[in-house]
Design a protein around this ligand. Structure first.
Ligand code: SF4
Ligand code: SF4
Length: 445
């Protein structure tokens, strides 16, 4: 093996080790961040969950409520999945210093060669569709300015840049694939049976062999650096949903729509009150008096599912688009609730990494810096955001937990609500009348 090939293999291996080490560290941090939440909800019925994951996360079922963006998304998603097959060969070439190793390995095995040619042709066609779909996405986001994607404050700054960066990255990757395959075709006088790169090859055929070799290498390395860059970038981006949508859908609630759980601490209190023996019994000797907590005020109080959901959010805004509070101009965006939750998890995790343990920073999830009281009060608990989410996220679940804390721990509710709460507690109804007077109307003339 010549020295140039050896150096190429060495660079390839070192770059991969560095990238997987760095990215692995960040993925591990995210795993630890999700562990900051309380326990997982009960994870039952694995077959139903698996079916849902295949339909919703893999099959993109909920995306098809809006057919045009769904088709564009499908092009990019399918190209992304199928292109990984060609990546296997790129890795084999990178590690062995070979060139189109699988093609030549299958040359004399008709079935495998036919399959290989079919797959590479499919990848090339899908890549062109993905390229066009990406251009349309860029147009929708930056020129057409689709309201759900841009016309909300939470999408300014990094979220906007993040969305555009990944789209430009997609264009770069497809360009590299065609540069690599096209130059390769031109070097080999279009002898490979690949239709689209054959076309690019004929466009490049006037160039010198030296230039073609440089272009082929540029495409090859560009593709590798694009993929490795994507692996590093993913955990810092909303595009983490490509991976996390799967566990998130699998772990999402199987309860009927609109189900709201009882608070364990309240249920326990009521059960104690209903049983006079235990209600007034002194605590057992040595037993520590347990102080119940109500709802969530920071990420530690949320469930692990909620934190995983925050990392799985695609920031698509379908929830906010459907939210009646947002539609009527209230200060509430369920997408922002998910983004704020993720930002707070990252903030808390950095605090822990810096100090060894969490040092109270006087902040939390509730407050003007994150999810304001006004936002929490604006939610009608209608469930429309949950229904709209393509990856089965429930912003409502987080809102309810924060609101429970706001009311039960911080007594932070408007006066009208307090009157209603008092009536429910004393009269068993939201009105001020005593239960004994409830049927007086029937005796009135
Ligand atoms: S449940 Fe709340 S946040 Fe979700 S759509 Fe309804 S009002 Fe909006
Ligand atoms: S919660 Fe769901 S619908 Fe809302 S922005 Fe995130 S992924 Fe989209």
């Amino acid at each position: 093996m010549d020295l140039a090939k050896l150096i190429q293999i060495l660079i390839f291996v070192l770059v991969n080790i560095a990238v997987f080490f760095f990215a692995g560290k960040k993925y591990y941090q995210i795993y630890k961040n999700i562990q900051l939440g309380k326990d997982w909800d009960k994870i039952d019925n694995p077959s139903e969950r698996f079916k849902r994951m295949m339909l919703v996360a893999f099959g993109q079922k909920k995306m098809f409520k809006e057919i045009f963006p769904a088709l564009l998304h499908l092009c990019i998603y399918t190209a992304f999945v199928i292109t990984q097959i060609e990546l296997i060969e790129i890795y084999i070439d990178g590690l062995t210093g070979g060139h189109r190793t699988l093609y030549y390995a299958f040359e004399n095995i008709t079935i495998l060669k036919g399959l290989y040619v079919f797959v590479i042709n499919m990848i090339e066609f899908l890549s062109v569709f993905a390229f066009l779909a990406t251009l349309i996405f860029l147009y929708r986001r930056n020129l057409l300015k689709v309201p759900r994607l841009v016309k909300v404050p939470e999408m300014n700054g990094w979220p906007k840049l993040d969305a555009n960066l990944i789209l430009f990255g997609e264009l770069f990757l497809v360009t590299c694939i065609f540069l690599m395959n096209g130059a390769d075709q031109a070097i080999h006088h279009n002898s490979y049976p690949f239709v689209l790169s054959g076309f690019v090859g004929s466009l490049l055929s006037g160039l010198s062999e030296g230039t073609l070799h440089v272009l082929e290498k540029l495409g090859w390395w560009g593709h590798i650096f694009g993929v490795l860059g994507f692996i590093i970038y993913l955990p810092f981006s909303k595009h983490l949903h490509i991976l996390f949508a799967f566990p998130n859908v699998y772990l999402s609630s199987l309860h009927k729509k609109g189900y709201i759980n009882n608070m364990e601490s309240v249920t326990k209190e009521i059960k104690l009150m209903m049983n006079p023996d235990t209600a007034f019994a002194a605590p057992a000797e040595g037993a520590e008096a347990e102080i119940p907590t109500f709802g969530a005020k920071d990420v530690f109080d949320l469930k692990k599912q909620n934190l995983l959901a925050a990392y799985s959010c695609t920031e698509c805004g379908r929830c906010t688009e459907q939210c009646p509070a947002a539609q009527t101009g209230k200060k509430l965006s369920p997408r922002k609730v998910m983004m704020d939750t993720r930002d707070r998890v990252e903030e808390v995790a950095l605090n822990i990494r810096t100090n060894g343990v969490f040092v109270d920073d006087g902040k939390g999830l509730i407050g003007d810096e994150k999810i304001s009281v006004e936002e929490l009060r604006a939610c009608t608990t209608c469930n429309a955001c949950v229904e709209a989410c393509p990856v089965m996220i429930s912003p409502l679940d987080i809102i309810i937990q924060l609101r429970r804390n706001l009311i039960l721990e911080q007594s932070n509710s408007p006066e009208e609500w307090n009157v209603m709460f008092g009536n429910i507690e004393n009269n068993g109804a939201p009105w001020k009348f005593s239960p004994q007077d409830r049927f007086n109307w029937a005796n009135e003339n």
